[in-house]
Design a protein around this ligand. Structure first.
Ligand code: SF4
Length: 359
């Protein structure tokens, strides 16, 4: 190797970590855990982008970024209640790529690939480079299904992560959806603005917009540290292009399951002009029990958010009912009936007040 080549190698751009050897080199695979991590990586996809790798504090054994992306031997322990399809996608999939669970909207899974692979992902058994992508003819059949169902008002592009597709391919899919008259809203669920902010280019923004249709981008972020300066700029480019942003977060043990971490995340999102939308209770995906909290703990956290933070910072705490029955809100209840037929309503300090019965 010449001096010049050596210099090139030393200055090589940081890469996405995909193999256990990459994790070893990056100091993210302890020697005593390697055999177990090999088994985890053989089962579930691994990818940690440079933007996320840079955020990991290796001195912290419970670093909230590492907990989300670095494989853990605990993933090998599968509980009886955990399944490969915890929210019942398959039961509602009339054609490949489509999930039609609710009357007025469908999911369209354009790609099984993601920029990063989250260790708690509820679709972890259905995504990754080992899963076959939607073929052009399957995409045609999925679009034909949407066109044949006039009740479908909204199409949610998910995956995988639709923003890993090239602007050209994504733009083509969005244009074909936009040509269906009854589809009025196109929503994209993505991790890309935080995981790989440089992908949010002017070409991608042009691809997201469809004349006469509303496009929404829903960012998946779980810790305030994910909203780096580059991520905030990427989100600003989306919002400045006229595309409203919402967020979804997953309640995760050791990541955001304390009032300070959860509050800081919600505030960071609102500062980026992103309205917190959903806080998901962890789904029963295989090998993810170590990242789930109890529902009671989630309700306590949500109650504390309501007391301390602006109304803009309040997501809806939801659970996807196992088996495919859809999402239900599981936040705390502030209203009860009293003996006189009226109500007791709890304020943000926990004090109860009376509200009269209907006259
Ligand atoms: S980005 Fe979304 S689909 Fe991809 S691994 Fe994470 S949670 Fe799953």
């Amino acid at each position: 190797m010449t001096v010049r080549e050596k210099g090139c190698a030393m200055n090589a751009a940081p890469k996405t970590l995909r193999r256990l050897s990459d994790l070893r080199e990056a100091g993210l695979a302890p020697a005593d855990k390697r055999a177990a991590l090999e088994r985890v990586a053989a089962q579930y996809a691994v990818a940690i982008t440079p933007a996320m790798t840079e955020l990991i504090d290796r001195a912290d054994p419970r670093d909230p970024i590492a907990r989300q992306f670095v494989p853990d031997a605990a993933e090998l322990g599968v509980r009886p209640e955990e399944t490969s399809d915890p929210i019942g996608d398959r039961a509602h999939s009339p054609v490949a790529g489509i999930v039609h669970r609710y009357p007025d909207r469908v999911l369209l899974k354009l790609t099984p690939l993601c920029a990063v692979y989250c260790r708690f992902c509820f679709r972890r058994a259905m995504i990754g480079p080992g899963v076959k992508p939607l073929t052009p003819s399957a995409l045609g059949a999925a679009l034909a299904y949407v066109a044949a169902h006039p009740e479908i008002w909204e199409v949610i592009l998910t995956g995988g992560d639709p923003l890993v597709l090239s602007a050209r391919r994504l733009g083509q899919a969005i244009s074909r959806l936009a040509a269906i008259d009854h589809v009025k809203v196109i929503r994209l669920h993505t991790r890309v603005p935080v995981a790989d902010p440089a992908r949010v280019t002017p070409e991608l923004l042009r691809a997201l917009k469809a004349s006469g249709k509303a496009t929404y981008v829903v960012l998946h972020a779980n810790h305030a540290r994910e909203l780096t300066a580059a991520a905030r700029e990427a989100c600003a480019r989306i919002v400045d292009a006229g595309i409203p942003m919402l967020s979804q977060s997953v309640l995760l043990d050791g990541v955001n399951d304390d009032p300070q971490a959860l509050g800081a995340l919600m505030r960071a999102l609102v500062e980026c002009r992103i309205k917190p939308y959903y806080l998901h209770h962890g789904d029963l995906a295989p090998g993810t029990a170590h990242l789930r909290t109890s529902i009671e703990h989630g309700q306590k956290l949500v109650r504390e958010l309501r007391g301390r933070l602006s109304g803009l910072c309040q997501p809806s705490y939801v659970l996807d009912i196992p088996g495919g029955y859809g999402k239900s809100p599981i936040g705390p209840n502030y209203l009860t009936r009293d003996e006189a037929g009226g109500y007791r309503i709890e304020d943000f300090n926990g004090d109860l007040h009376c509200y009269p019965p209907p006259t």
